[in-house]
Design a protein around this ligand. Sequence first.
Ligand SMILES: Nc1nc2c(c(=O)[nH]1)N[C@H]1C(S)=C(S)[C@@H](COP(=O)(O)O)O[C@H]1N2
Ligand SMILES: [Mo]
Length: 401
Amino acid sequence: MRDAAETALGWLRRGVALVVTPPRVGPFRPEAFGSRLHEQRTAAWLGIALGVAFTVCFATGLLSDLIQNPQPWFAWTPRPVWLYRVTQGAHVLTGLAAIPLLLVKLWVVYPRLWQWPTLRSAAHVVERLTVVPLVAGAIFLLVTGVQNVAYWYVWRFSFLEGHYWAAWITIGALVVHVGAKAGIVRRAWNSRRNPPADADSDGSLSRRGLLTGAWLTAGLLLLTSAGSTIPALRRFAVLAPRSMTVGPQGFPVNKTARGAGVVELAQDPAWRLRVEGAVDQELELSLADLRALGLAEAVLPIACVEGWSVVQRWRGVRIRDLVTEAGGDPGSAVRVESLQPSGPYRSATLNPDFVADPDTLLALDVGGEPLHLEHGFPVRLIAPNNPGVLQTKWVARVVVL
Ligand SMILES: Nc1nc2c(c(=O)[nH]1)N[C@H]1C(S)=C(S)[C@@H](COP(=O)(O)O)O[C@H]1N2
Ligand SMILES: [Mo]
């Protein structure tokens, strides 16, 4: 009994000793991480860049989510027509640029994992613990984002839900982290005019060299990816999974007709567009009937959530004309439904601003020819400033709400 108590006390003493004095082995040796590059100012500058990238990425991602899942307090607008193209391009590009920055940052700070004493105060404990969701969340977001852009759907969970909740967790942890590191960041910022001497006479990589390398890598990644949404950069877009000019009628296809299960339905000569919900009338219109209504023209982008976008010249029937034709109120909202039997993007709801917009079309033609089956033949929705996922292809029904 006494022996046991003594053994326990011995263990306790050894435990306390271990917490107070660091073991002097492996990564715990004081000289284990000799490089000057593992220092606070480098970490702070990378942190500032990552903070900006993740904030832009978070805000644009949240916006995209809101547009796709509208809330009572939020109404997206059809003007300016290019806005979603810009915000979603920024979402994907800031995420991509964050990849090399995060890797360099983790390399700069990882020696701190072995710092002694591990835990100094309650605030320090909280700060340390939030690093876990911060790093795990950031890596999760960047990896799943890249996989999604590359159509590499390997997860068992819903990408949208996983990405959405990880974003909230990461941004929450980021706020705590920025709060804890504000002093270090401020010092780095204030010393930007006269940075401390960067003795690189020994020929090893300097602090400035490391940072320049990080900015250049991020820049190169942007340059070689942004061409899927910025036409001027198209010829550099070697890393972009989709080219703006490759596909039927000279632009990409997201969901194929076969993938959507509409190959036969869309080419059936008996196809009619049904317009429902207005008073008690119900219209059934053939392609010839639609052409006879008169076609309007609009030059509008398709802006996919995956970051690519492309502007095309569309011709089609104005949605608001269809609503009036069916005896409906032009101030209504409208749901557009596809022939596609199932899938999350088989229908889209247009709020009254979109219905009223003269550029919101059920398009029959693109680039001067009838739509290719892959682009939504016989008719597809094309609306200004509308996310690609809501530009419903192979439309069967328009419901006035
Ligand atoms: N019915 C239907 N329409 C759809 C989709 C879909 O899955 N089903 N995908 C959308 C997505 S994600 C995009 S980006 C655009 C792309 O249009 P495109 O394939 O003609 O380029 O179509 C949209 N229309
Ligand atoms: Mo898309």
